[in-house]
Design a protein around this ligand. Sequence first.
Ligand code: SF4
Length: 195
Amino acid sequence: MKTTEIYEYLERISNLLRTDIRKGGISLGLQPVQLEALNYLYRCNRYSNSPVAVAEFLGLTKGTVSQTLAVLENSGLIEKHPDQKDRRVVHLELTDAGRRVVAECIPPKVLRQAAGELSGMDQEALLQALTAMLTALQHANRLRSFGVCKNCRHHALRADGSRHCRLTGEDLSELDSGKICREHDSPPTVPSTGG
Ligand code: SF4
């Protein structure tokens, strides 16, 4: 088992990335948690852009998230929109200024540089290993996966190439299919037949 080495590498990498993100955020007057919330709202779909989903994704209390969202709203980086069907539900959407901040700060420059030095194959292998690690951690902690829509068991492709969600019954666009979702559920793994 290489658990200690894996932990040390992940911790070191996280610290380096957080330092770089902090620098980028501070130059724009934002704390790291505010940038993380902004980035989540940039990447998530319309079923996942609520305050409670932000709290779940970041692993924070509703109180902390509510303060964070208030700062983002007061800074003109996000806007609240009531749901068309249920006015009690609020959707949080990035403004153009919010999208510009995410594009500038995330991924942090130091990661863009380091990842650019890896071959395509190494990037793919790293991505697969990190995905497996994150999934295992989420299962162990009984957390939602917040996976990408097109990899969800409810995602369906019609014969004409259009997409829809079997859970909500709503149509999905190509853009929707690349976003992360609070309701994401991984397809069952096919048991190996061995050999
Ligand atoms: S298909 Fe899955 S991930 Fe996509 S919107 Fe439906 S529940 Fe969410």
